[in-house]
Design a binder for this molecule. Sequence first.
Ligand code: PMV
Length: 359
Amino acid sequence: MTDAQFIPENYSKNLDSGAFTWSSPSNIALVKYWGKRDPQMPENPSISFTLNDCKTTTTLRFLKKIEEDEFSVRVFLDGSEVPDFKPKILTFFKRIEAYLPFLKDYHFRIETSNTFPHSSGIASSASGMSALALCLMSIEKALSPNISEELFIKKASFLARLGSGSACRSIEGDLVVWGKHEAIQGSSDLYGIKYPYEVHENFKNYHDTILLVDKGEKQVSSTVGHNLMHGHPFAAQRFQQAKDHISRLKGIFKSGDLNGFITLVEQEALTLHAMMMTSSPYFILMKPNTLKIINAIWAFREKTKVHVCFTLDAGANVHVLYPENDAEQVGEFIKNELVAYCQNGHYISDKIGFGAKLL
Ligand code: PMV
C-alpha cells in the first residue's frame, strides 16, 4: 500500500456537527525505533507491547464553519484549555490535510485526559496522537460509511504515525510491528500491523510495571534524538541490529523462550541509550536510580531465576517486564526493593492490552 491510497474519494454524506470519543493506550517498544526520515518514516522496524491501563481518552467535537481558509482548533487537557498544545496539533493537521480533506471545514474542540499523571515522565504522544487519529477517522467514516474496518484501522495508524511515530503502534494489540521487515508479512513503514504469527502462552498477559524514577520534563525531545541518528557513527549497525532482533524475536515468541526474550529486550534498551550516549551532541537520560534498579533486577534474577527484565524509553523511568506466572513474586520484589528508587515511591502497574476503544 502506498500513501496515495489513503487519499479518500469524494465523501458521500454531509455532516454539520457531532462528537466522537476514543480511548487509546500507550505502548512499550521491545525493539526500539530510533532514527527517522521525512515524513516520519522509521529507519528500522520496531515492535511493541500495547499497554492496557496507561491511556488517553479524547473527545473530538466538531461544528461546520463558514470559511474554509484555515484550521480552527482548541485543545483542553483535564477540562482546562492548553494553548501550548495547539502548535503541535496544527503541525499534525497540516501534515495530514491531504488525507483528510475535511479538516478546514470544521471548528474542532479536542478534550483530552490521561490515566497517568501529565508530569510522570511517561510520554502521552503515542496514546494522545492515536486517540486523536481515531476520532478523525470516525468523522471520515461518518462522511464515507463504506470505509472497511481494515482500511479504518490502517489509516488510523497511518495518521497517528504522522503525529508521533510510535503512536502508530497504539491502535491495536497486543503486539504490533511497525516498519518494513522481510520476515513479517504485511509490515510497512507507513503504519503498524498486529504481529501476524504464533505467540507462545508465556507471552500472554505479560506485565509492565513502570517505575517512575524521574517525573520531570524530557531533557531531549524524541524529535531531536531521532535526528541525531543522521550521521551517527554506529547508525548503520544499529539499524541492522534492530532488523536482526525482530527476526530473532519471531523464533522466541513461537518457542516461548523467556531467557532469549530477556537478553534481547535488555540489549535493545541499553543500545537505545548507548546511541544517545555516543551521538553528537551526546547525552545521558538514565539517572543514578535507573542504574540501581537495573542492578537490583539483575541480582534478583540471578538469585531467584525468576523471568523478570527491564526496558527503557528515552528517559530515566524503568519498565519492569515479567510473565503472568511470576507476577506475585515480582510484585513483592518491586514493593520490597524497587519502590525505594522511585520518585515519591510512585509506580504504575500495567500489563499487555488489546488496543484502542470507541466509547
Ligand atoms: O514516537 P516518538 O517519536 O516519540 O519516538 C519514540 C522512541 C522510543 O520511545 C524511544 C522508542 C519506541 O520505539 O517507542
